[in-house]
Design a protein around this ligand. Structure first.
Ligand code: GDG
Length: 500
């Protein structure tokens, strides 16, 4: 468990995200609800700060209920995840009619914003009904956040600064609008921030969205807006200037809107580095082979460049046949959005391609591709990260990509492997010692894999030690502290130093 004891938070934090940090499941026998915690890096870093500052978390609990959900169960005594300390009174559930929620979530969030913001407008649908339901659900979230803010003000002590409302991701780009309006009317002062986990696209893509201005106004209702990297910040600033005619300051990343100056900040997310190191130290060895392993770990999503990756690996075996029988690609593809047609089609395409490549190259004692369609446990994942010779992180577009960071954290062996990363992932922007590979250029990607497989050990060691040092220092707690500092909620000297 990561300790935040060093952070002196001046205000309570209200986190607003589509999902709560746990889901509620109904016990089939008793019909009672119980919590099932999620243990992602975000939750690990943010939850302790919410708990410590006596803050709240507003979100959807993963089930629709006919009655409003006020009685949130306390956590299970065996739950040792960071959400366990979150008391039921620190949780505010948002719910909506299932049809409205589906239209908001599958229609607008995943059918429009996900492809559009990943610069794939051809895959985006623009339906007015989905947009109307997106507006509605964002209003529900705003109402519930107001409830949370009221609770926070009631128990706020005199020494605390005003609460911080921190809204997450593309599901909730409008909510701040109504939160600001209603909080002002109800005299419930707060500071508001928004963080986008996916890329913010260039203006020429963004403006395809018919209600683009409303989105910008929604985000600009916040006092501070964070993106992973500076490019996304600049895209956003550009859109504010060109769509809304705002006055902007590109150097200092400021946007004037509604008589306020909104701060735009690059806040690259990190991972719980120490936890991954521990996992890697404790994980059992899984590979029993002397063959080299190239590893891919992704949700099965069209943004992750999986088809391109398999083609590049096939090209490697064509161009450099010396690797045949000596190198395997282990691809773990986690099922995602499986009820959506495009994702089903992608699965079909992957199944066929894996079958074709394996059919073409397999010998009696070796297969080129090992393909897992499913989720593996974190221990197992850490063992793969630790023992792989090459990691292929080659999305067509990706906000950051945590897999690249988790791989380097787990590379604790004296003779480390090589990270290959796409320049179109936020991670590609910061992890300078990785090999860059353009996923669209299949032949070039094959050559980069060959270079990684034949790289001398001293070069691998140098590159990996620098990569690891950066991720260790700029971990997810560093991200959390940078956010609080940007909100003026902790002192400068609590941030520590950085290596970029
Ligand atoms: C969004 C943005 C941004 C994967 N397979 C297994 C497994 N995983 C875990 C990894 C990693 C996470 O899933 C995937 O994170 P990514 O960052 O790669 O991707 P998104 O889910 O698309 O996340 C992204 C992120 O938000 C944070 O801001 O970096 O750009 O798209 O943590 O470890 N975990 C387990 N088994 C698996 O098989 N246990």
């Amino acid at each position: 468990v990561i300790s935040h004891s060093s952070i002196n938070i001046k205000s309570s934090l209200i986190v607003v995200s589509n999902r709560l940090p746990f889901v509620l499941k109904k016990d089939p026998k008793t019909a009672n609800l119980r919590r099932v915690a999620s243990a992602g890096g975000l939750v690990t870093a943010v939850c302790p700060v919410v708990i410590k500052g006596n803050g709240l978390w507003v979100g959807w609990p993963g089930i629709h209920s006919s009655k409003p959900l006020y009685d949130i169960p306390e956590s299970d005594p065996n739950d040792h995840t960071p959400t366990a300390g979150l008391k039921s009174e620190q949780v505010v559930c948002v719910d909506a009619d299932q049809e409205i929620f589906d239209s908001y979530y599958n229609g607008c969030c995943n059918g429009t914003f996900w492809p559009l913001f990943h610069s794939m407008p051809g895959r985006a649908s623009f339906k007015e009904e989905h947009w109307r339901n997106y507006v509605k659900v964002n209003q529900y979230f705003a109402d519930k956040t107001l409830e949370a803010l009221e609770r926070c003000h009631k128990r706020k002590n005199a020494s605390q600064s005003v609460p911080i409302v921190w809204i997450h991701d593309y599901h909730l780009m409008l909510a701040a609008n109504w939160i600001r309006e209603k909080a002002e009317d109800a005299d419930l002062p707060c500071q508001m921030a928004f963080f986008l986990h996916i890329p913010f696209p260039p203006w020429d893509i963004f403006r395809l969205f018919p209600w683009a201005d409303e989105l910008l106004q929604g985000i600009l209702a916040c006092d501070m807006v964070g993106f992973h990297i500076r490019d996304y910040c600049l895209n956003f600033v550009d859109c504010c200037q060109r769509n809304l005619g705002c006055r902007v300051d590109r150097k200092n990343l400021l946007v004037e809107h509604g008589g306020r100056s909104v701060r735009i900040r690059p806040l690259p997310i990190g991972i719980p580095f120490d936890r991954f190191v521990e996992l890697a130290q404790g994980a059992k060895k899984i590979f029993e082979t002397k063959q080299k392993i190239i590893l891919g770990v992704d949700r099965l999503d069209y943004t992750k460049g999986l088809v391109h990756r398999l083609r590049a690996f096939e090209m490697l075996l064509e161009r450099h046949p010396e690797h045949i029988g000596k190198v395997s690609l282990l691809q773990i593809s986690v099922p995602s959005r499986t009820d959506v047609k495009e994702y089903q089609e992608l699965k079909e395409e992957m199944d066929q391609l894996v079958g074709r490549i394996n059919g073409r190259f397999t010998t009696a004692n070796w297969s080129p591709i090992r393909y897992i369609f499913g989720c593996v446990g974190q221990d197992e994942l850490a063992a793969y990260y630790r023992d792989a010779d090459v990691a292929l992180v080659t999305p067509l577009r990706d906000g950051m990509n945590l897999v690249a960071k988790e791989f380097v954290a787990c590379q604790i062996n004296p003779a480390p492997g090589v990270l290959i990363v796409s320049p179109f992932a936020g991670a590609g922007e910061m992890m300078h010692e990785a090999l860059l590979s353009n996923p669209y250029e299949i032949g070039g990607a094959a050559d980069v894999i060959h270079r990684a497989l034949t790289m001398p050990e001293d070069e691998r060691t140098l590159r990996m030690s620098r990569l690891r040092r950066r991720e260790m220092e700029c971990d997810v707690n560093y991200w959390m502290r940078s956010f609080l500092k940007a909100m003026g909620s902790i002192e400068e000297d609590e941030i520590g130093t950085t290596v970029m």
